[in-house]
Design a protein around this ligand. Sequence first.
Ligand code: ATP
Ligand code: MG
Length: 543
Amino acid sequence: MSESRNFIEEIIENDLASGKVKEIYTRFPPEPNGYLHVGHAKSLCINFGLAEKYHGKCNLRFDDTNPAKEDEEYVESIKRDIEWLGFKWDKLLFASDYFDVMYQCAVTLIQKGLAYVSDETAEEIRLRRGTLTQAGEESPFRNRSVEENLKLFAEMKAGKYADGEKVLRAKIDMASPNINMRDPVLYRVLHATHHNTGDKWCIYPMYDFAHPIEDAYEGITHSICTLEFEDHRPLYDWVVRECGFAEPRPQQIEFARLNVQNTIMSKRFLKKLVDEGKVMGWDDPRMPTLSGMRRRGYPPQALKNFCERVGVAKANSEVEESYLYSCVRECLNLTADRVMAVFDPVKVVLTNYQGRETVSVENNPNAPQITTRQVPFGKVIYIDGSDFSLDPPPKYHRLKPDGYVRLKGAYIIHCDEVVTENGKVVQLNCSVVPGSRSGSDESGLKVKGVIQWVDSETCADVTVRKLQSLLNDAVAGETDFSLRFNADSMKTVSAKVENSLLSAKVGDSFQFMRVGYYVLDRDSKKGSLVFNEIVGLKDSFKQ
Ligand code: ATP
Ligand code: MG
């Protein structure tokens, strides 16, 4: 980890050094209205990462104050994704656990003359709010008595009013230069069944009221959120203070959200893709969701490295997709076994070779400990069409008529004869160079090219999904994702692979030698394996 500190770490270190806080406490507060995406990974890495670094704690708190859009499925998926990244929450909480506390806080504000019940519609409130240059206009209900407000608020809770008929507003300052301070709405009437509290409540707190109370109640020291909440901070501080929470109070800190080029960071649009069947589900390997990335074979450590290296900024920016791929590749390079696969099979008959044997192939030359496996080898093999050229350019080191190449882990072969049908190469008759077996080569031949191959008797036919971004490149100024949707982002091809892959488990990742990284998908069945392309081998990211 780099020694330099980001601005949030500086704040935390100062707070620890000054004794303002003894132990840091953060929280990750997702709204359970969709699956987590790579942007959330950034927030997870900050909140859980800081807690780990400074030996503090981090809560997982579901922000379920909006009953209409939330679902148990999302709660479970979020927990699974956080565990997958390897983070451990201290307490698992729901904003709805605090509905009683919040109600009491609202009553406190009313008693202090700092909140009132208003009969205005949302539209009337908006019209009276004023503008950046013009003060707002006071609500006609602003000066209701404490007693009347207490009675009306209790009636709101008791279900006397219809949705939208009344709201509870804070009484702050209609002339504040910060529009968020112009008597913001704290509670609304909403007759909806909540996934956690059922029909107990028909009034629900607004985010700006609920969030600071949850933070303060839990003893959160640093409440880290994205930049768009910067203007809400005075209201956050007001709520914590006026509701009577003691010092040290939580401190809101804003950072710039993560944006990745050609990547959808809107749960709403991701949900639309799922609902309209444009993808195979939230965990479609093309989705920028954490469950999609898991299914795609991205190692969790790669995502953490990515978030760490992108850093924490105070200004919005966009990170190149290739940077993420580069982090994925770096991890897989150390962990993924090299195996042999052939996408465009050309049959090779080794005319002077009889019998069968197994040859030893290294699993991963970059692993901390090098292991090998035995791969069956026989008279008829397949090589990839792209490793043979009838009309090779200069310095072509793969197979060509009357040329030599080494078969990975096995022998050097010579191409004696090319069999074509209608101009297409259908078979290569080759001979094995005597004494050229890998590891005990006595042939004296210097051969530059080494290519992958599979044994025709034992190889398996598998399906491979080639994946591209769900979005086409941005056209300048275009913000509507649906106009950029890449309908051609998944192509299915077949390949022949060595038989060691028959014992692979769902989620196992491999490097198909000289091609790219692939992961076994859960759609695989016995005898019909399906692999997802994780990332190619070439790194186009310039560090
Ligand atoms: P929506 O507004 O669509 O519900 P959201 O992105 O605000 O989505 P939340 O579930 O509220 O989603 O987010 C949980 C946490 O993740 C929040 O603290 C939010 O600031 C953070 N977060 C969301 N998107 C990003 C992002 N792209 N970069 C960094 N943090 C993010
Ligand atoms: Mg949100």
